[in-house]
Write a protein that binds this ligand. Sequence first.
Ligand code: ZN
Length: 181
Amino acid sequence: MPGAKDDIGLVIRAAQFAAHKHKDQRRKDVKATPYINHPINLAEVLHTDGRVHDPIVIAAALLHDTIEDTKTTYDELRGAFGATVADVVIEVTDVKFLADESRKRLQVAKAGRASERARLVKLADKICNLRDILASPPAGWSLARQQKYFDWAKQVVDQARGVNPELERMFDRLYRQRPVG
Ligand code: ZN
């Protein structure tokens, strides 16, 4: 069994790996925030607000967009962090070859079958995305597009409920601020 020290090591390595993979990417907000801020925000929300202290979840949160948004492969993650972490990341990864609408529908369906760890990462992801949109909407996003995103995020979260009441309440508070123009 890995000790607490190794657990912190896993989380640090995940942060380092994600920072390297996302190094040339920016968020879609007008300030073009470095992409890595997003996975770090997930880890912080999980740890501080959700009181999630499972290093597997924190590491998976840090890595959650590496397969979807960089050239990282499942095997690469498994080799570096083990199958348990890599499997959580795969669970929260969208299928790229599908059209936007199907991808969104699939994410709702998948959330309902996801493991507890994957649900936690999903919840934190949607919390962070709603918070980002409220603070500074992505460049060029109309009000309707923002509203659509909020509604879709709620569908995903509604499927993922039952794992962390505090995070679910946090999401609901953000959803109530859905932009109305
Ligand atoms: Zn994300």
